[in-house]
Design a protein around this ligand. Sequence first.
Ligand code: GLC
Length: 766
Amino acid sequence: MFGKLSDYSQDGQIVTLCYEKQSVYLHVLTDEIINIFVAYATKDHRSKAIEGDKEQKVAFTVEKAAKSSTFHAKRTTDGCEVMLTTSALICCIYDDFKLDFYDRDGNLLCADYRGKRIPRFTLQESFIEFIKKEGHDVDLSGSTDYPVQCVKVLDKGDCIYGLGDKTGPLNKRSYEYENWNSDIPDPHEDSFKSLYKSIPFFITLKEKGVYGIFYDNTFKSYFNFGKENDGYYSFGSDSGNLDYYFIGGDSMPKIVENYTYLTGRAPLPQKWTLGYHQSRWGYDSEETFRDIAGRLRDNRIPCDAIHFDIDYMEQYKVFTWNRERFDNPKTLIADFKKQGIKTVTIVDPGVKVEKGYSVYEEGLENDYYAKTPTGDTYVNAVWPGDAVYPDFGSPAVRTWWGSLFSFYTELGVAGIWNDMNEPASFNGPLPDDIVFTDEDRSSTHAEMHNVYGHNMAKATYEGWKNLTGKRPFVITRACYGGSQKYAVAWTGDNQSLWSHLRMAIPQQCNLGLSGMAYIGTDIGGFGADTTPELLARWVQVGCFSPLFRNHCAKGSMNQEPWLFGEEVLSIYRKYVKLRYSLLPYFYDLCRVCEQTGLPVIRPLVLHYENDINVRNLNDEFLVGESLLVAPVVDQGVTKRLVYLPEGIWYDYWTHEKYEGGQYYPADAPLSVCPLYVKAGAVLPKAPDQMYVDEIVNPKLILEVWPGIGSYVHYRDNGEDFAYRNGAYNEYLFENRDDGNLIIKKLHEGYEDYPKITLCRPVSQDI
Ligand code: GLC
């Protein structure tokens, strides 16, 4: 298809490969990141995920390969025409645009696939009508040839992680997926190809070596990770350019660090956002909200935020408040504030078509909505009925939208929840040719669909930041690569199903590996009716999610924790309190994330990639490096097998000591979520509080576990950006084998703790 490599040239860090039929550009961004670009659709290279110039000055060589050249004697590179070498990677370039990537030790990381594609399954045409008769879906997978695509070798043992919020197991090998942001209210199944988010980043962990690929194409895209054939995998799209980043690094954390270097990192959130959030679609009056807040406090359930779903609006019009059901929202929000409860309001993108409605009119006058190809404002429908879609790809629209949030800031609202931003549409899908803007040029729905939520989140984040000067708290349902810079996310409309509780673990772990570090699921399940047992088990998983929110659907059973009897209430309280005690640890993890991109919730494979026992582990996860959670995710189960990776681990509850690298049976009655602490850990903890900063300048409790370890703890005002100018403290805690804990100040720029108390659950064996 590309033909022979006829020539190549270098301009700065861009190498142009001239093939007979098409040129290819390799841009060396860092020693470990190389962009591969084929301008099929547009000449200009632009990204909606990557902002700013990511090129670092790198010394690399490009040279004609000697015939039959070898390197490190490990692998011959016969036929290789040109070799590009950085301090970390070697890229062997062949005719017909075949590229193979090696690490500097000569281990082959990733080879382009050369053979004929042989789908292992194709459905006979004659069966199709026959099968459909009983209502079966006919899945014609196998036909995976796309206008833009890349096919790479899949080696025996390769595992694939990431790709955002996709359903199914942690390891995506043998599955296929699509990136097309979709609002799907049906119960999410392992067989689903897409959900709300499109994050075209995945990590391939090999028996030896690891790499990542960020495939930066916003059109409808397809990923077939060996389902078509176990010997190769492919990624491709309906249109756009072939534009991908090969990401090297010596470990999985390094790959995540590199990916988030490229697309950005989740910024440090306000501290209160890490508290507990209560929500329900259906809380629809001032009285109900006051009642919920009162019951949270009466039942001693710590809580920092209550969410206002669409029912607070007047006829589902964004930037309005229903004054019949809410006498005075400003007073309500202020009263909540006095109780230590913040208000978060939902804001959807669909603007109601209504003459005289100021937001609608203003957008219309300024041409801010998406249009039909013939130039009319495009109308579809969402909650308010007929609605128009702000064209968030336009900087002017983002600025306008951002400024509208003064409506909420003046009322005292503390955070915004962006929903329905796939964008959802009740009158059928938006046609591909609806006209949207991509910054400075006209574009189409086909290209902008997958970044609609991303751009909406960006508009909200920037508007909020301008208005308040605080770290914006924006929740989004739809995402693209890089959305972590602007918003936190939840996994959308799950259901009160055990299978969805099970799914919460791989789904959140993969989101975390894909840059979305601050995430959560609707605790208890959104759709369908929860059960007391399911809710009790869900809070045991949910209390470790950065976004810790109980939310459910109108029409489903209420699921506030006090509705299920004393046992469930006290279990619920126990885990919310556990979370509150660990808030300094969670906040530290957010700080680490801002610096390295490492997520809060991590699959074990992230830190133990050489341990084959964790490569397919779907029912355990790490919180940072020190805590291992092995929740019960099945009805009626009160014992489970737990795998502990290498090292010494302690049972958090019983303090029993375990040697890692083995499986252990764990007792898990309804009130117990098996939880383990790594030897040498220092866990920074907070005293009991009903909400963040209920105690002004609380003391710090250091829970010191036996073993050797060191830990960096971070502290600032938890609210604004002063920390970026040095207004923070950083402490180093060294847990020594002589039983001493040494405390050093690494940075001083904020007030000190009034007191630091040590607590040793187990005495150090010296
Ligand atoms: C969508 C959201 C859900 C919300 C509902 C009503 O289904 O995913 O969280 O409650 O809309 O706004």
